[in-house]
Every structure is written in C-alpha cells, then in structure tokens.
Design a protein around this ligand. Sequence first.
Ligand SMILES: CC(C)(COP(=O)(O)OP(=O)(O)OC[C@H]1O[C@@H](n2cnc3c(N)ncnc32)[C@H](O)[C@@H]1OP(=O)(O)O)[C@@H](O)C(=O)NCCC(=O)NCCS
Length: 142
Amino acid sequence: MAPVMEIMRAAFDPAYGEAWTSGQCAGILASPGTWLMIAELDGRPAGFALTRVIVDEAELLLIAVHPEARRRGIGVRLIAGVAEAARRRGAASLFLEVRSNNPAIALYTGTGFSKVGERINYYRGANGDLFDAHTYSLPLCP
Ligand SMILES: CC(C)(COP(=O)(O)OP(=O)(O)OC[C@H]1O[C@@H](n2cnc3c(N)ncnc32)[C@H](O)[C@@H]1OP(=O)(O)O)[C@@H](O)C(=O)NCCC(=O)NCCS
C-alpha cells in the first residue's frame, strides 16, 4: 500500500480533501468485488485506480497519477484497464463521480464517458466550500 499512498499524497490537492487514508483504502479493498490497479513508469509505480463491481455496475472510486508522470497517457491506460477488468467481471457499465471543476473531466470525456447526472453541493472542501458532483457513465461492450 505504501506506493499507492505516496501517489495519493502527491496527486490530490489538499484543498479538496479528496485523498483517502490507507485505512480507508484497506477497508474498501477488503470488500468483495473491489480491486486496485497500479500503473508503472520506468519500473516504478506512477498511478493507480480503485474500482468496485456490484452485480452489473462498476464504479471507479479513485484514479490518480503522480504529478511527475502526468500527460503521458497513464490515465487513459488505467481507464482502459479498469474498463476491461470490469467487463470481465460482468459489469455492463462503469460509473464515476467527480467534482464539477476537476480537470480530470477532460480525461473522462476523452475516453468515452458521458455525463448522466449531477449532485449539487455534494463535496465539501477542506475550508468548507461546497462543490457539485457530476456523475459520468461508460457503457462496457460485452
Ligand atoms: C486526472 C489524472 C488521473 C490524469 O492522469 P494523466 O496520466 O495525466 O492523464 P493522461 O495523460 O492519460 O491524459 C489523457 C488526456 O486527458 C486530458 N487531460 C488529462 N489531464 C488533464 C488536465 N489536468 N487538464 C486538461 N486535460 C487533461 C487531456 O486531453 C489528455 O490528453 P493530452 O495530454 O494529449 O492533452 C491526473 O491528473 C490526476 O491524478 N489528478 C489528480 C487526482 C484526481 O483528481 N483524480 C480524479 C478524481 S478521483
């Protein structure tokens, strides 16, 4: 878990309080249908994705790439790997929720996700500011 936590600390802006603790990661990984995918760059962990499948729906819970490894296609490859693994586990679609002002949205729309919903004031930032969540979905071909 140490390499994942190193990427977690470096990747998430503390202003939004979105990084998970190692206890939160370990807790969710102990639940059925949840898995962690790690991407390497030059033999070192550079990014990860945490995903859960429940019946025929998969949820991308977290995706992060170390700032020093960004804009080299690791995010795209993680999403492709997650989509393929979710499909193999029986999911028909892959969902995610993202803060409405997160630049990661460009990654999601670029990999085929479409916006399917909004939750107003869903996230509370570290200083108490509220941010909407947008829900995105990607159909997984059988
Ligand atoms: C979002 C994140 C995972 C993207 O990882 P990445 O490896 O840099 O993504 P890729 O290199 O595969 O990007 C593919 C495309 O997505 C888009 N994109 C990715 N990051 C972007 C950004 N910050 N701003 C605008 N577009 C972006 C671009 O179109 C990019 O293609 P290009 O580099 O040819 O322009 C990374 O920025 C990150 O870890 N962010 C912080 C954590 C986070 O907020 N995660 C999402 C919520 S859980």
